[in-house]
Design a protein around this ligand. Structure first.
Ligand code: FAD
Length: 433
C-alpha cells in the first residue's frame, strides 16, 4: 500500500461517502478507509434523511436508495409525567413527489451510498482503521498510517470523516478533547409490528410516515430530547441527553428510554411491537461555538468530526453530506487550478461553508447550548406548567374561565416570578432568534 492517491477519505458514513463520491465523480484517484466490516456497519441514526443534500449529488437517488417512508406529518410534544401538549403539522404538500424527507435504516442506506461511491470510481477498503496521520518535515499532512502491515499510504489531502469522537483529530491536535457538555449520548430501539397496525395507529397510508419530536420532563431535567419515527414496519424510538448531565445525575440513558416507553402517551404506540435492535451513539451538539478548526496543510474535517449537527432541528446527516461535498469541491477546484493543498488554499472550504445553510443555521442557534445548559426550567418547570394549564382549562368543573386564567397565571408567577418569566422569555428569544 505505498501508492499515492489524490485524496484519502477516512470513514464511510454520510460525510465520507459524500466527499469520496464527489471526488471520484470528478475523476480524482480516491481511497476511502472504513474500520467497520462494511459501510454503515458501525453507524447509528434516528433516522430521517433530508433529500436535498443527497439530491445535489445523486439527483435520481429515489430510484434505487432504500427508503422507508416519506414524512407527511410532524408532531412536537412537550411532555410532563403523564400528559403532553403538542402541535401536529400534516400536509398534503408533503405527499407530493418529489418528497423532501424520508425515514431510512442507516445500515442499509450507508451500504447503498457506498455502492454509488464505488461505482463513481473510489476504492473502498473496509476493516481498516486509520491509526494516525503522516506528516512531512514541514508538519504538513501527507498521508495516513493504517492498522495493517506496511500500512503507510500517501495522498495530497486527507479528509477526516471519522465521526463524532475523532481520535485522529485529537491525536493530531486539530481539536481538543471532546467536552461532555458538547456531546449528547443517545439511545435508540427499533420495535417491529405489522405494517397495517402501524398505519392505522398513526393514521397514514402505505408509504407515508410520521415524526414525533419529544421534549420536556422525559429527560428528568437533563438537557435533551426524544424522538419517535415510523419506518415501513417498525418504529424507531430514542432519547438523548448531554453526556455531562448523565454524569452529574448518575442516570443511564437506558433507564431514561425505559421510562419514556412507559409514558402513557407513548406506550400505546409501541404496544404489541417486538423490540429487535438497541443502539447507543454520541451526537456532537456543542453548536457553532464548538466548531474546531476544520482545515490545515493537507487535511480537512467534515461531518460529525467537525461538530456539524443542528440539534434544534435534529439535522446531522444532511450537514454531514453537505460538508463532505463542499470539502471535495474545494479539493477539485485546487486540483483543477494546479494549486497545492495548503492551509491557505483549503481555507476556501470554510468560505463555502460560511455561505451555506450549514454555518448560517448553526450561527443562528449559537447561544442555544449555553442557555439551555444553565436554565433547566425549560425542561422541567415549563413543560409541567403548560401541561397543567391545559388540564385546568379543559377540565370542566363549574369554575369560570376567567378564574381559571387567573389561576394559571398565578401558577406561572409562583414558580418563576414575574421577573423570572420575563427573563426566560428573553432567554428563549436569544436561543432561537
Ligand atoms: P458517522 O456516520 O459516524 O461515520 C463515521 C465513519 O467513520 C464510521 O463508519 C466509522 O466506522 C468510521 N471511522 C471512525 N474512525 C475511523 C478510523 N480511525 N479509521 C477508519 N474509519 C473510521 N441525523 C439526521 O440527519 N437525521 C436524524 O434523524 C438523525 N438522528 C440521529 C439519531 C441518533 C440516535 C444519532 C446518534 C444521530 C442522529 N443523527 C441524525 C445524526 C447523524 O447520524 C450524524 O450527523 C451523521 O451520521 C454524521 O455522519 P458522519 O459521516 O460525519 O459520521
Amino acid at each position: 500500500m505505498s501508492e499515492k492517491f489524490d485524496a484519502i477519505v477516512v470513514g464511510a458514513g454520510p460525510s465520507g461517502n459524500a466527499a469520496a463520491f464527489t471526488l471520484a465523480k470528478a475523476g480524482l484517484n480516491v481511497l476511502q478507509l472504513e474500520r467497520g466490516e462494511s459501510a454503515g456497519s458501525k453507524n447509528v441514526q434516528g433516522a430521517i434523511l433530508y433529500a436535498d443534500a443527497l439530491e445535489r449529488m445523486i439527483p435520481d437517488f429515489r430510484d434505487s436508495a432504500p427508503l422507508e417512508r416519506h414524512i407527511i406529518e410532524q408532531r412536537m410534544w412537550v411532555m410532563d409525567d403523564d400528559s403532553f401538549i403538542g402541535t401536529h403539522y400534516r400536509s398534503e404538500g408533503f405527499n407530493k413527489e418529489p418528497y423532501n424527507r424520508y425515514t431510512i435504516i442507516r445500515a442499509q442506506f450507508d451500504k447503498w451510498f457506498s455502492g454509488k461511491v464505488q461505482e463513481a470510481g473510489a476504492l473502498l477498503v473496509c476493516e481498516t482503521t486509520v491509526t494516525s496521520l503522516l506528516r512531512d518535515d514541514k508538519n504538513r499532512v501527507v498521508g495516513v498510517q493504517v492498522d495493517r502491515e506496511g500500512g503507510t499510504i500517501y495522498a495530497d489531502v486527507v479528509i477526516l470523516a471519522d465521526g463524532v469522537n475523532s481520535l485522529l483529530a485529537k491525536k493530531a491536535d486539530f481539536h481538543p478533547e471532546l467536552e461532555p457538555k458538547n456531546v449528547a449520548l443517545a439511545v435508540k430501539e427499533i420495535h417491529f409490528m405489522p405494517q397495517e397496525v402501524l398505519q392505522e395507529r398513526f393514521n397514514i397510508g402505505e408509504e407515508e410516515g410520521v415524526v414525533i419530536e419529544l421534549f420536556g420532563k422525559i429527560t428528568n431535567g437533563m438537557m435533551g430530547t426524544g424522538f419517535l419515527y415510523t419506518n415501513k414496519e417498525s418504529i424507531a424510538i430514542g432519547v438523548g441527553c448531554m453526556l455531562s448531565d448523565f454524569k452529574d445525575q448518575q442516570t443511564t440513558p437506558y433507564a431514561l428510554l425505559e421510562q419514556l416507553k412507559e409514558h402513557p402517551s407513548i406506550k400505546p404506540l409501541l404496544a404489541g411491537g417486538e423490540m429487535k435492535e438497541y443502539t447507543a451513539h454520541l451526537i456532537p451538539e456543542g453548536g457553532y461555538k464548538a466548531i474546531p478548526k476544520i482545515y490545515g496543510d493537507g487535511w480537512m474535517i467534515v461531518g460529525d468530526s467537525g461538530m456539524f449537527v443542528n440539534a434544534v432541528h435534529r439535522e446531522g446527516s444532511n450537514l454531514a453530506m453537505t460538508t463532505g461535498r463542499l470539502a471535495a469541491e474545494t479539493v477539485i477546484e485546487m486540483k483543477t487550478a494546479g494549486k497545492d493543498m495548503t492551509s491557505a488554499n483549503l481555507a476556501e472550504y470554510r468560505k463555502k461553508l460560511d455561505e451555506s445553510f450549514v454555518i448560517k443555521d448553526l450561527k443562528k442557534y449559537q447561544e442555544m447550548p449555553e442557555i439551555f445548559h444553565h436554565n433547566r426550567q425549560f425542561f422541567t418547570t415549563y413543560p409541567e406548567l403548560v401541561n397543567r394549564s391545559a388540564h385546568n382549562m379543559l377540565h370542566v368543573d363549574g369554575v369560570d374561565k376567567k378564574t381559571k386564567e387567573r389561576e394559571i397565571f398565578s401558577s406561572f408567577k409562583q414558580k418563576r416570578s414575574l421577573f423570572g418569566l420575563m427573563g426566560d422569555a428573553y432567554k428563549l428569544w436569544r436561543a432561537f432568534r
